[in-house]
Design a protein around this ligand. Structure first.
Ligand SMILES: NC(=O)c1ccc[n+]([C@@H]2O[C@H](COP(=O)([O-])OP(=O)(O)OC[C@H]3O[C@@H](n4cnc5c(N)ncnc54)[C@H](O)[C@@H]3O)[C@@H](O)[C@H]2O)c1
Length: 305
C-alpha cells in the first residue's frame, strides 16, 4: 500500500531529537524523503556537542528511507534559506515544512533577563517566520510557473501559547505569536496551494521529562505510553500530506491518543452605546459583560491566588 506521503519532500526543523525526530521518522515511514534539520543546541539554546541530525538520517536510511541532514540555525536567514536549498539540491522539490525547533529559558517575569526574552522570541518566532518565508517563496514561484502546488506547513505552538503558562512569559508570548503567524500565512498562501496549520503538542522529551516527570513517565505495566513523542506525529504527517486538502488556518492540540480542534478568540457578550463611555460607565458595562461571559480557562501552573 502506498504511503500517505509517497513522492513528497518534507523538511522538519529541530528533528535531531524529541518530537522533531519522531515526525521525521513518521514522514519517512509514509514514503516521504526528509530533510532533517538540527543545530544541536542544549536545552537552553546554548551550543551543544554536535548536531544529532546525522544520526536521525542514519535511522531513516536503516529503515529503507531517504533523508539528508542540515545543521543550520533556522532563526537566521542564511540557515533558513540554505535549509530550503538543501531540499531542492537533494530531492529537487519541497512539499512540506514542519517548523518544530526551539528551546526554553523559563523564569518568572520579574527575573526574566532581556537575553532570555530575546533568545526565546528569536528561536520560536523568527525560527518559524524565516523557514516559512523561504519555503513560501519557492511555492509561490512554482505556482506562478504553472506547476501544481499542494504544499503544507505545520507550525508548532504550545498549550503555553494558548492559555499562558506560569514561569514561561517569553515562551507563552512566542508560542501565541506562532498562532498569529499561522493564521496570516494560511490566509496569504492559500491562493498558491499552500495550507498552513499549527499543533500544540505534549510529549516526553528532554524539554519536559524533568519539569513534569510524573505526568510524562512511561507506564511500568507496558500499557499505552501516552506521552511518547511518536503519538504526536501521526496528525503532523496527515497535516503534511496531500490528504489534508481543505484544512488550513486551524490549530490542534495533540497528545497521547487525543486530538482536539482548538477554537480561538471569538466575540462574546458585547455592548454598544453608540457614543463614548465615561470610564465609570465603561467599567459598569464591562462588569455586566463579564458576568454574562464564559469564564476563561486558567493559565498552566496558576494555582488559587
Ligand atoms: N515536549 C512537549 O511537551 C512540548 C509541548 C509544547 C510544545 N513543544 C514544542 O515542540 C517543539 C519540539 O520540542 P521538543 O520537546 O521535541 O524539544 P527538544 O529539545 O527535544 O528538541 C528540540 C530540537 O530543536 C533543536 N534546535 C533548537 N534551536 C534550534 C535552531 N535555532 N535551529 C535548529 N535546531 C534547533 C535542538 O537542538 C533540539 O534537538 C518545540 O518547538 C517545543 O517548544 C513541546
Amino acid at each position: 500500500m502506498a504511503g500517505l506521503c509517497e513522492g513528497r519532500v518534507v523538511i522538519v526543523t529541530g528533528a535531531g531529537r524529541g518530537l522533531g525526530r519522531a515526525h521525521a521518522l513518521a514522514f519517512a515511514a509514509e514514503g516521504a524523503r526528509v530533510v532533517v534539520n538540527d543545530l544541536g543546541v542544549g536545552l537552553d539554546g546554548l551550543p551543544g556537542p554536535e548536531s544529532p541530525a546525522a544520526q536521525v538520517v542514519r535511522e531513516i536510511e536503516a529503515l529503507g528511507g531517504e533523508a539528508v541532514a542540515h545543521g543550520g540555525d533556522i532563526a537566521t536567514p542564511q540557515g533558513a534559506d540554505s535549509l530550503v536549498e538543501a531540499a531542492l539540491d537533494a530531492f529537487g522539490r519541497l512539499d512540506t515544512l514542519v517548523n518544530n525547533a526551539g528551546f526554553l529559558r523559563d523564569r518568572m517575569l520579574v527575573n526574566l533577563d532581556e537575553d532570555d526574552w530575546d533568545a526565546v522570541m528569536r528561536v520560536h518566532l523568527k525560527g518559524h517566520f524565516l523557514p516559512l518565508r523561504a519555503a513560501a517563496a519557492w511555492w509561490r514561484a512554482e505556482a506562478k510557473a504553472g506547476r501544481p502546488v499542494a504544499a503544507r506547513a505545520v507550525n508548532t505552538s504550545s498549550g503555553a501559547g494558548l492559555l499562558g503558562s506560569v514561569g514561561q512569559g517569553n515562551y507563552s508570548a512566542a508560542k501565541a505569536g506562532v498562532l498569529g503567524l499561522t493564521l496570516v500565512a494560511a490566509a496569504e498562501m492559500g491562493r498558491y496551494g499552500v495550507h498552513v496549520n499549527a499543533i500544540a503538542p505534549a510529549a516526553r522529551t528532554r524539554m519536559t521529562e524533568r519539569a513534569f516527570a510524573q505526568t510524562m513517565a512511561a507506564p511500568e505495566d507496558g500499557g499505552f505510553d501516552a506521552m511518547a513523542p511518536e503519538n504526536v506525529s501521526p496528525l503532523v504527517v496527515w497535516l503534511g500530506a496531500d490528504a489534508s486538502a481543505g484544512v488550513t488556518g486551524r490549530v490542534f492540540e495533540t497528545e497521547g491518543g487525543r486530538i482536539t480542534v482548538m477554537e480561538g478568540w471569538r466575540p462574546g457578550p458585547t455592548a454598544d452605546r453608540g457614543a463614548r463611555w465615561t470610564p465609570a460607565e465603561a467599567g459598569e458595562a464591562a462588569v455586566k459583560l463579564l458576568a454574562a461571559a464564559e469564564p476563561p480557562l486558567p493559565a498552566y501552573g496558576s494555582g488559587p491566588a
